[in-house]
Design a protein around this ligand. Structure first.
Ligand code: SF4
Length: 255
C-alpha cells in the first residue's frame, strides 16, 4: 500500500464542515477490554442492544466524521477524510453473523469507497473461501476496520497506522449495533491489539485454537508484505485456514 498513491488521491473530496460528533461521547481513552471480545459469550453480546439500535444514524454519523481532517492534511498524501463504512446495524435476529475487523483502508480503497478492493482483499477472500458476492453482502457480513479512513503515508511513503481516535470514538457503538455476531476475524496487528490486548501477532495467531471457543480468529494482515511470514509459518495455510473456512461456512449457513 505504500509508495506512490494512485492518481486522484489528493484532495479528491472537498468538505466544508467538521464532524459535529464529539470524542467526549466516549471519554476515557480506549474502550474497556471487556467490550472488545465479540463472541456471544463476551462482553457486549450479552447485553440488551435495543438502546443502541439506530439503523440509519450510526453509519451516517461515521460517513460525516471529519475528526482526522487536520491530521490527514499533515500526511504526505494530504488527503481528506473519506470513511469507508461497510456494515449495516440491525436489531437482534436480523444482523450479520460474521465480523471482519480490518486495519484501515489503503490508497486504492480510499478511491473505491469499498473495503478490500485490492490485492489484500483478494488474498483475504482466498483465505476465507468467500466469493465477492458473499464477502460484500451487508446482510451477512460486517467489515469494520480499526480506522474507517485511509490514514495516509508518511514522508518516506510508508503507511501510517489507523488513528486511535477512530476506534475510541466509534468502535463500541458499531459493535453494539451488531448483536448477532458469532464469528470475528481479527485481520492484522491493530485489530488483534484492540480486541485481544495482545501485541505479538505471530504468537497470537499461532494460538488460534485458544480463541475458537470465543468465536474469534486472529489472522495476519493479508498484505503482500506478509508473504514471507506466510512462507515461514506453513501451519497457517495447512492447519488454520481449513478450520477458518469450515467455521465461516458453518456461521454463514446458520438459519
Ligand atoms: S479515521 Fe475515523 S475518526 Fe478519523 S475522520 Fe475517519 S471516521 Fe473519523
Amino acid at each position: 500500500m505504500s509508495g506512490k498513491p494512485p492518481a486522484g488521491i489528493f484532495r479528491d473530496r472537498k468538505y466544508t464542515f467538521f464532524c459535529s460528533f464529539s470524542v467526549s461521547k466516549y471519554p476515557g481513552g480506549e474502550s474497556p477490554q471487556e467490550t472488545r471480545g465479540l463472541a456471544p459469550s463476551a462482553g457486549l453480546a450479552k447485553e440488551d442492544h435495543s438502546s443502541y439500535f439506530h439503523p440509519m444514524d450510526l453509519t451516517d454519523e461515521i460517513r460525516a466524521c471529519r475528526l482526522c481532517e487536520v491530521r490527514f492534511q499533515t500526511t504526505a498524501t494530504a488527503h481528506e477524510p473519506r470513511p469507508v463504512v461497510w456494515f449495516r446495524p440491525a436489531p437482534a435476529g436480523q444482523g450479520p453473523r460474521l465480523l471482519i475487523a480490518g486495519q484501515a483502508p489503503g490508497a486504492r480503497v480510499h478511491l473505491s469507497g469499498r473495503p478490500f478492493t485490492d490485492p489484500s482483499g483478494d488474498r483475504l477472500r482466498a483465505w476465507t473461501g468467500l466469493e465477492a458476492a458473499q464477502f460484500y453482502d451487508l446482510s451477512r457480513i460486517a467489515i469494520v476496520p480499526m480506522g474507517f479512513c485511509f490514514p495516509g503515508y508518511d514522508a518516506k511513503g510508508s503507511d501510517l497506522p489507523p488513528p486511535a481516535v477512530c476506534a475510541r470514538t466509534w468502535r463500541a457503538r458499531v459493535i453494539a449495533s451488531l448483536p448477532d455476531l458469532r464469528l470475528t476475524l481479527l485481520v492484522g496487528g491493530a485489530a488483534i491489539r484492540w480486541h485481544l490486548g495482545a501485541r505479538d501477532v505471530t504468537a497470537t495467531v499461532r494460538a488460534w485454537r485458544d480463541f475458537g471457543p470465543r468465536g474469534i480468529f486472529p489472522l495476519p494482515h493479508p498484505s503482500w508484505r506478509n508473504t514471507g511470514w506466510l512462507k515461514r509459518n506453513p501451519w497457517f495455510g495447512d492447519e488454520l485456514l481449513p478450520e477458518l473456512r469450515a467455521r465461516i461456512r458453518s456461521v454463514m449457513e446458520m438459519p
